[in-house]
Design a protein around this ligand. Sequence first.
Ligand code: HEC
Length: 221
Amino acid sequence: MDSFEINKLIGGLLGTVFVVFSVGIISDALFASPAPEKPGYAIEATEEPAEGGPAAPAAEAKPIADLLANANVESGAAVFKKCQACHTGEKGGPNKVGPDLWDIIDRPIAEHAGFAYSAGMKEFSKGGAEKWTYDNLDHFLLSPKKFIKGTAMGFAGLPKDEDRANVIAYLRTLSDSPKPLPTAGASAAAPAEGAAPAKPAEGEAPAAPAAPAAPAPAPAQ
Ligand code: HEC
């Protein structure tokens, strides 16, 4: 084996090492996961109450006005932590993944300055004619993608009545002059008070049996 052959051998070895290293470096570069630009994360997991508890069906039916009557702003602030992955709530706060939510109650939908809304939300807003009423917020937060088709809000929703009511009550406080709360009991004649089920109200007979639609508040799960 002369020195030329030894050179070839060593050259080959070095070549191999070189290739192996380059592959390593290249694959590192290819598969590197850069820190996400947006600090948010899409919370897509649905929190459906797996056990078809009796609370579930009644839940959707409760009007937000009634729920708000018992809402707790402090608990709402805790729920809002979930939103803060994508939203600020301060006056003049920056838009993040989602728009700033200061003074959101009765704010025209998809009209916050400097935010690029999805086509779905812009369409829903009808050029700002639609507002974030308590009802709209309630339905949107229950299931954003069901309520506004094509929304870019990657959030699964708040299936629990109290969570929605609390966070909406909290959002209401993010304002210089909080909007008045809706009047509770307007839509459903409070079943507890009426306590005259068997009263033969002449003329209104057919309406009476409809009452059981809203049973007493189901115990929290
Ligand atoms: C993963 C990020 C993310 C989370 C978490 C999130 N949002 Fe959003 N939100 C968005 C995006 C993005 C939009 C804009 C949607 C569009 O353009 O379709 C949006 C829009 C909204 C709007 C409409 C604002 C406007 O100006 O019309 C409201 C209200 C809202 N979010 C409330 C909430 C609340 C309350 C929570 C917490 C319970 C929440 N969001 C959680 C990303 C998020």
